[in-house]
Design a protein around this ligand. Sequence first.
Ligand code: 6PG
Length: 250
Amino acid sequence: MSSQQIQVVADVAALATVAAEQIVVGAQAAVAARGSFAIALSGGSTPRAVYRKLAEAPLREQMPWANTYVFWGDDRAVPLDHPDSNYRMAYETLLAHVPLPKEQIQPVLASGEDLDAAAEHYERTIRCYVPGAPPRFDLVLLGMGPDGHTASLFPYSPALSAGDALVVATPVAPLEPYVRRITFTSRLINAASAVLVLIAGADKAGRVVEVLEGPHEPERLPIQLIAPVDGDLYWMLDRPAARELSRNTL
Ligand code: 6PG
């Protein structure tokens, strides 16, 4: 069964706290049920504060780090230590500060020449660690860009119609940083048990209302492709991002 919930919190600080708490609850439940927790992190600016919350008391002590497996829903084609790397952002804000075994951290290795091969390699890695066909993440974290993209699924990109592929390389992104990316496809995201979309800021309000209340145009608004097949979709917005939504949606 699938469900969708929209939660609105006061501001970006509250968003970080509520999201981090939801991650801990999800992790504890997954470990209790199946013995492990597989999460795909996102890049962008909104999750930074979430990662910092997870890296400090009390949530740091409540996360089952020994049984947590960390992946990335997308990353830029840059070295892992590059300032634009989503891995680097998560490492600096979270992973460097928690007792997560190194072999349970699986970055996207996207700095080589052959990005298609790198995407295939990441897909194989995911199939090794994450059970299910297609693999079923316990939680996929997502953001939404100003153009309605999510992960690195940009408007009108070939990555939107990737057939059975779970991870693909994309052309150069139409937004900064202007580099190619490797991204989960909507097929892999939608196989997850839960997807948590974090959106903050008044500059996203117009796009939020289009995505949640407008017509279904996923080529133009790729985040509309996100609909877990048998899982829960949580939209978590701060009040500025939600300000144009109608009462019926909330
Ligand atoms: C990326 C991100 C991307 C991000 C959105 C929202 O690698 O660019 O994964 O999909 O989540 O662009 O970013 P903000 O949180 O900065 O608005």
